[in-house]
Design a protein around this ligand. Structure first.
Ligand SMILES: [Zn+2]
Length: 406
């Protein structure tokens, strides 16, 4: 079958695409640490739906919080004649549903309306699971004169990836000759290919003062006041130390956001003796995360001195961003040209503050490209995917397979 025939087949598969999505979303795949049973049942179902592959390998990893659960990873291949595999990497797990009252219809009973499929995990990352399934479905193994086609359905992306992509990378399931496409972030019309991510660091600020009656503030140290001044001081200091701007990134600067805050006191007439808040920091790759901690501690000691509160700065987690993926690599050019061929417009390369599986590949020195169409409802109630976007993505990936594998 030539490429045009394959694209026509995908175009004619809308009803099947919807059915595959709906059948999959009905099977929850939430991590045990988030109150779920993992991806096992969903993986069983998907393996039964992957037909015409030369090999399907399943790698079950014991869950680190609940040993009675295994976290499955699926690697399906259609073998080419040359070394290397063009992988589409999609994750099977989803985040929990949140408050059920915020959903207009049950999150695991997909609803189809206005060309959209609503349900938990439809966009994140069901879109990629189904688009890669249909991108590879109509291409026959015997036509693969070059690289192999690979579909990787992985576990544990929404928590640590330790039982998913990180596990597979550490155990040598991938090679230098492979190409990695991670459709886990999208843009309207697929106009951007994500080639870089920012460093991520989360800090917690624990502010201890001294509680007293609201009418006698001089007898205490108001922790909430110290916290508030600290937030302002942090903003000033971070802006001074990390002013860099890289127009490739969206947004182009490092971001320092105060996010979580604990409740203080229950009544209005007590001065709070303790307060704590957290910051989500996305740092341009040019900067060192150690310098963020140093700056935060300096701001904390300045405020501590001024207001008499004890302040400790605790690191919650950090992830170093891997090297930016090359925009001259043949894989990038092939993806760019495939997007242009299917959508009619040439995508541009961007960096983002979010974090995907792609960073694990980049951290190991591989190029990895993040691309899909649309998106933006992930992790929210009433998450949905646009059916047409799945069709577009499947056609782009099929075109890419033709360029690199056939
Ligand atoms: Zn995702």
């Amino acid at each position: 079958m030539d490429l045009e025939a394959v694209l026509e087949k995908i175009d004619g598969s809308r009803a099947d695409i919807v059915k595959e999505m709906v059948d999959m979303i009905r099977i929850p795949a939430i991590a045990p640490v988030n109150g779920g049973r993992g991806e096992g049942e969903r993986a069983d179902h998907l393996v039964s739906r992957l037909q015409g592959y030369d090999s399907i390998e399943r790698i079950d990893v014991p869950d680190d919080t609940d040993p009675s659960v295994t976290r499955p990873n699926i690697l399906a291949r259609k073998n080419g004649k040359e070394e290397g595999t063009v992988w589409i990497v999609a994750h099977m797990d989803t985040v929990p549903v949140g408050d059920l009252d915020d959903w207009e219809s049950p999150p695991f009973e997909p609803r189809i309306e206005n060309g959209r499929i609503y349900g938990r995990g439809t966009e994140d990352n069901g879109q990629a699971v189904i688009s890669s399934m249909f991108a590879s479905k109509f291409i026959e193994g015997k036509d693969l004169k070059k690289r192999s086609i690979g579909i990787a359905y992985v576990a544990d992306e929404e928590t640590t990836s330790a039982m998913g992509i990180a596990y597979l990378l550490d155990r040598g399931y991938f090679s230098e000759k492979d190409v990695f496409i991670v459709p886990d972030w999208g843009s309207p019309g697929g106009k951007h290919i994500e080639v870089a991510e920012k460093n991520l660091i989360w800090l917690n600020f624990e502010v201890s003062g001294r509680s007293t009656h609201g009418s006698t503030p001089d007898k205490g140290v108001n922790a909430l006041r110290a916290s508030s001044h600290l937030i302002v001081e942090l903003e000033k200091e971070f802006a001074k130390e990390f002013p860099g701007c890289d127009p490739m990134f969206m947004p182009p600067r490092s971001t320092f956001e105060p996010t979580r805050s604990i409740a203080t006191v229950e009544n209005v007439n007590t001065v709070p003796g303790y307060h704590e808040f957290s910051m989500d920091i996305r740092l341009l790759p040019e900067y060192d995360m150690d310098d963020v901690v140093i700056t935060a501690r300096r701001a904390a000691s300045c405020i501590s001195e001024k207001y008499g509160a004890d302040i400790s700065v605790v690191e919650i987690q950090r992830h170093r961003s891997g090297r930016q993926s090359s925009t001259e690599d043949p894989a990038y050019l092939a993806l760019r040209d495939s997007v242009k061929y299917v959508t009619g417009s040439e995508p541009t390369s961007v960096g983002v503050g979010g974090a995907t599986c792609a960073n694990f590949f980049r951290a190991k020195g591989y190029n990895a490209y993040v691309w899909e169409t649309g998106g933006g409802t992930l992790h929210t109630p009433n998450e949905y995917v646009v059916i047409e976007d799945i069709v577009t993505d499947a056609k782009v990936f099929a075109t890419l397979f033709y360029k690199l594998c056939v």
